[in-house]
Design a protein around this ligand. Sequence first.
Ligand SMILES: C[S@@+](CC[C@H](N)C(=O)[O-])C[C@H]1O[C@@H](n2cnc3c(N)ncnc32)[C@H](O)[C@@H]1O
Length: 389
Amino acid sequence: MYRISELAEQVGLSRSTLLYYEKLGLIAGKRLDNGYRIYSERDLQRLRLLQQLQAGGLTLKECQACLEAKVDRDLLLNRMYQLDQEIAHKQQSRDLLAAMLGESDMTAWHQSLEQTAPDAHLDWLMKQGFDEKQALRLKWLSKDMNTHEQYMADFNRIFQSLDRWGPGLEAETIKAFGMLPSKPESILEIGCGQGIATTVLADQSDAVITAVDNHEDALSRLQERAAEAGVEGRVVTQCASMTDLPFSDGSFDTIWAEGCAYIMGVNNAFNQWRRLLKDGGVLVLSDLVWHTDNPSAERKAFWSKEYPDMTTVDERIKQAQAAGYEVLKHFTLSDEAWQAYFLPLQQRVNELKEAMAGSQAIKDIQTELDIYHQGFELFGYQVFILQKR
Ligand SMILES: C[S@@+](CC[C@H](N)C(=O)[O-])C[C@H]1O[C@@H](n2cnc3c(N)ncnc32)[C@H](O)[C@@H]1O
């Protein structure tokens, strides 16, 4: 026989817990004449059995049910299912911590945050010490803060020697230029890259062109190209972010942005860039859009990761109108414009594949190229010519 303090010591529980168990009828002490409570070997063993059942993750109530009747299989199955879920949850938490410590891949985490909370994601990246330029590149390109530097070094190695960094064609730039309501005198080109469209715009007009990009090397190459074309006197470069353009209101009659507005979000671009236009000024912008309301699962899965904000032409038109523009014209870039971008890129990837085996940047670019090789019926680049109302 055991006194309550002895029983408590045997099973490692407190006196008050034992009294509570007694109240529930799990053990049954006897009161002696001297007022002490004593417990039997049976009580001790019931407590040990109870503890074993608790170790299986059962609640006290469930343990009691198991002690008092035949084990309920459904109850056990249900509890096991709950435990599986808790374990999966905990595993996810552990994976995230390991990824943040640089022990594994963070891509999936960045991607899911990008889909559900893109602005908070960007803010958080900047709190981790990335400047805006790198945070945006991480968000769009490397998608893993632990491997970002290596990824960008590889990415730049692949793209550096290519003139065109997005779909487009000289003839299509000229086509869009021909849709302007009047000849521009002051053009702001945003996300100009190495100036593939800049020299075409300079050739088509007598305008002064302010070419903005946040990539210094690209701007140096643009200046060389402008000099080669003999238009350097009318081309001014400015290294700045498209999210914070250092120009006063109404500075330009035309803004030109080929394949870059997605970086800050097209709708944000509509709203933030409008102030820079003179009244009646025109924004020319190209964006990747769905040409269907029902994309195939494979394409949808790919683009919802690569460009979660991708939408239809109609939706972009609604956004442009709501932001204070009249849609003058819009058209779809031709397959040749895509080829002008992705065929040289494929050739470059082929050249580097062996030397850069294992590079995530090469793998990602090849995945994207594979999508392009399948054709452009379901999605494409749309050029919008929008006049400030
Ligand atoms: C897809 S490329 C398009 C370049 C060029 N318009 C073309 O069609 O070849 C996007 C360009 O935006 C630039 N860029 C990225 N983030 C930027 C930012 N925050 N501000 C300004 N330019 C940015 C990149 O350096 C790159 O030149």
